[in-house]
Design a protein around this ligand. Sequence first.
Ligand SMILES: [Zn+2]
Length: 534
Amino acid sequence: MVSASDTRRAFVGGRILTMDPRRPEAAVLVVADGRIAAVGAADLVDAYPGIAVEHLGTRTLLPGFIDAHNHLSIAALHPLWADLSGVASLEALQAALAQQAAREPEAAWVRGVNWSETTAGLIPDRFQLDALGLARPVIVAHFSLHQCVVSSHGLDLLGIGRHTPDPPGGTIVRDAQGVPTGVLIERAWSAAHARSLAAYQNPDRWAEHIAARARILLGDGITCVHDAACAPSAEAVYRTMAAAHALPISVLMMPHAEALLTPPPAERLDGPPTGEGDEVLRVGPLKLFADGGIAPAIDATAAGQRLTMGVCFDDLATHLDQAVGRGFRIAVHAMGNVGLAASLAAFAHAARRHPTAGHRFRVEHATLAAPDQIRTMAALDVVAVVQPGFVNHMGQLVEHLRFDDATWMPFGDLARAGVRLAASSDDPCAMHAPLRTAVHGATRRTGSGHVLDGAQALPYGEWLRAYTAGAAYAGGQESERGMLRAGLRADLVVLDGVLDPATPPQVLQTWVAGQRVYDRRQNLATTAPAVDAS
Ligand SMILES: [Zn+2]
């Protein structure tokens, strides 16, 4: 363990962007005992005779990035499974799964992840998985983590047959004869996900994978994540890691059920509420779902034609009210405008019932919103936790579907209405590097190269603000991180290059609590020990 106590250091020259509206730029930043000691003009350094000096030269110093919606505990396990992201045919899918089965002969399930029907041109069915002839169940998880396909053996283990009713908020896809095809959507996939994941949740092994994934994030300048669906088992692993000083980055845990997308277990509401913990590991808002992810709830008109689709979960308001009453802040996944409407109604209801609680409600995604909904978000002081990187893959899917009465990823409209923005990735469901996702938020360029509604673009620098001060506010962390201000934690990132989306900058160094933990020239992140909270 490295002690953060005896290092004092001054960063001078270059650009120091504080994200602090009181002093947006500074010439000197002084770090002592793992915290920011002072921020000021060039002569500030004279007050610290003999201090070690880091000359920034042409570089830019910022607060460390906070990814306000990252599934670190799930993403950490992804290297264990067959990566299907580049698979473009059924034959390639079957080859990848056969390879996975050979790689893990003892695994209870053969698991593939990151499936995309856009890349592959198809959604497989259970018979195509059965054709592998494996003695074990097979699951192919969609990149969204809202849908999967399982083999017949898998359906049997899950107790799903032709007479199994769809669970509320989920769909068991069936053929014309009513026989399940193996495709499970939204809350029909939750149990399949949890079941096939369980064998991988050995705490020691899981902790190693979380630490390894965290070091990759450090290399992209991320010094804190909000784990946006933190199962009780994941909370336990994080607590063990933090107690052993083995957590390389800070984590804000957003409590969620073991089965993704499902309501919180009653006993978790009796557990530690939002805010419990310290700067390294803290309980964040409780995570609830208003609508689907692969099936977002939408009701909008395009060229005069009404389109309705998707899944809305009707238990949101009840759980939200209960959790607020137990001292939790709330983050609600809402992708479609119907999901957003349900979230805003539930927020307004809870705010009336619990008028003295400090709510700071969050909407995760807000990928489709009407103008009046954006005004309501501003009026309720709802934080929009958005994903600029979604413009790449989701933008490509929706670029030819323009609605008359609602806007896709309305980043510009949200900002102009005064809604606070927090930026995030949704890793592993989308690209994670802030300097890369911010390019899509600034250019609105989709994966196919088109510009999706350029009026919704925000400047590159605004995205970096949303990844620092904005994300800290979303997490209730503004008194510990997100700005360069005296007293805050010295989590820092040094960038090479200018803040221009045409030639985006690169992370040169990442500092955690005053310790350099990543340097692109030395790749310290692979060897750096975890840093203490003190
Ligand atoms: Zn997510």
